[in-house]
Design a protein around this ligand. Sequence first.
Ligand SMILES: [Zn+2]
Ligand SMILES: [Zn+2]
Length: 107
Amino acid sequence: MEIVCPDCGEAEALRGTRMKSQINLLCEACGHTWIRDPAPSCERCGGDDMQAVPLAILEKGRGTQLSVVGTRTIHLCSVCDAATLRRYHDNRPNPLMPDDIPTAGLD
Ligand SMILES: [Zn+2]
Ligand SMILES: [Zn+2]
């Protein structure tokens, strides 16, 4: 998988610095810096156009009420998960709701 500068397209003069869970990249050609997640490729189509999206962590409260107790970051493919990404972007800045929302009374 080739890394290119998203700003100028440079593929050679790139410098990466690994941080805890991500890689900070610097393009020495234009000075652009950006962050790359080390596991950004799609398992389904192999594409690397992934977007980091906060997914809501839900907890079933009393009755049928679901409350958001936190978020975790997931990576969605802009091809395979286009519909989900659209759902997220339409609803920003709220986190994405999981597909398998636990429904009260079904278990
Ligand atoms: Zn550049
Ligand atoms: Zn994909």
